[in-house]
Design a binder for this molecule. Structure first.
Ligand code: MG
Length: 346
């Protein structure tokens, strides 16, 4: 990609309202910033819509908006998150992500150098996830009408024929695997917010997981019935959603949940439970017991899955509840997140 800073003239240090008005400045921004980074045939045509030929009878289709604060954080930024988040939502439905749309809402005065960094990071993540951006939009709003930059992405993926995944398909007797340590994204965002005055070495786990998901489904097929990325509300909230949708109980063994010591330390200082802190690169998998060893072997050989572990089992009799067997030997209900623990986490 050409350097954005090299091609934009120096008087254009910041985004102005003109960059969103559809005239010359908009065209320059689109050509010099977006098209040079996201060079796909569909985008380069600059038509009103991308024309796609998708020879699949079933697709997964997901949209998400990203308002994370701060926009740059250890382990990622709003651009990487906007691609990985949507890729992961499409992939956990048993689909191979193919194409993405991107819409930016940018506040007047936003630094063009920051926009360049975000765009580069989005292009890199698209390459890693093997998806292409085929359509997009940019709006600029006056100072104060937005906070820096907001990004919406929508993704389409080709559904596999050999699996049928849904949060409502958990079955009693199945095992629950978590592919990465709980809460790393939430803990990284907390650390990155200066106003808390906390310094930590926690990195967000933000990454596309489509490749690992594809390997797992290739090996295990319909022995997997649920995959979900535990984002807002963390592992605890995602498990509750699945328990309710599937009308089953889920029993989690606290000592087997992978958690990084640094995430645990940040959580303890601030009084957060890491099981309620967001992940952006970990997947909960519900699968038949016969597939557990193979699934863990595949996870452990993937850079994002080295701490993968079986964390619990699905029970017939807990009536939509999630029960945590604690390290101390007790049992307690682990409910959904109530209220908003951390606004603008993603
Ligand atoms: Mg999701």
């Amino acid at each position: 990609m050409r350097s954005l800073m090299a091609v934009m003239s120096i008087d254009e240090e910041r985004i102005t309202l003109a960059h969103g008005h559809g005239g010359l400045a908009s065209h320059r921004l689109i050509r010099e910033a977006f098209l040079s980074a996201f060079s796909t045939p569909e985008l380069e045509r600059l038509d009103d819509a991308a024309v796609l030929r998708l020879p699949y009878d079933r697709i997964s289709f997901s949209t998400d908006s990203f308002v994370v604060q701060p926009i740059f954080f250890p382990g990622g930024d709003i651009g990487k998150l906007a691609i990985a988040g949507t890729v992961n939502d499409v992939a956990v439905m048993g689909a191979r992500p193919l194409v993405i749309s991107v819409a930016f809402i940018i506040e007047e005065g936003f630094l063009i150098s920051d926009l360049a960094k975000i765009i580069r990071s989005m292009a890199d993540e698209c390459r890693r996830a093997k998806v292409r951006i085929v359509t997009g939009d940019t709006k600029v709003v006056p100072r104060g009408a937005a906070d820096g930059i907001f990004i919406n992405t929508t993704g389409i993926g080709a559904r596999r024929k050999d699996v049928e995944l849904s949060g409502s398909f958990a079955k009693p007797g199945q095992s629950v695997i978590l592919t990465g340590p709980a809460g790393d994204h939430g803990a990284a965002i907390v650390c990155a917010r200066n106003d808390l005055g906390i310094q930590g070495d926690v990195l967000s786990d933000c990454r596309s997981m489509a490749d690992l998901i594809e390997q797992l489904l290739d090996a295990l097929g319909n022995r997997v019935s649920v995959m979900r990325d535990p984002t807002r509300g963390g592992v605890a909230t995602a498990l509750n959603e699945i328990a309710r949708a599937s009308r089953v109980g889920i029993e989690i063994d606290e000592t087997s949940v992978p958690i990084r010591p640094s995430t645990l330390a940040v959580s303890e200082i601030l009084g957060f439970d890491p099981l309620y802190l967001a992940n952006e690169g970990a997947i909960l998998i519900f699968l038949d017991n016969s597939g557990v060893d193979k699934a863990l072997e595949i996870c452990h050989s993937h850079p994002g899955g080295q701490m993968a572990a079986k964390i619990g089992e699905v029970k017939e009799d807990l009536g939509g509840k999630v029960i945590l067997k604690t390290a101390a030997g007790g049992r307690r209900i682990m409910d959904m997140l109530s209220g908003e623990m951390l606004p603008r986490i993603c």
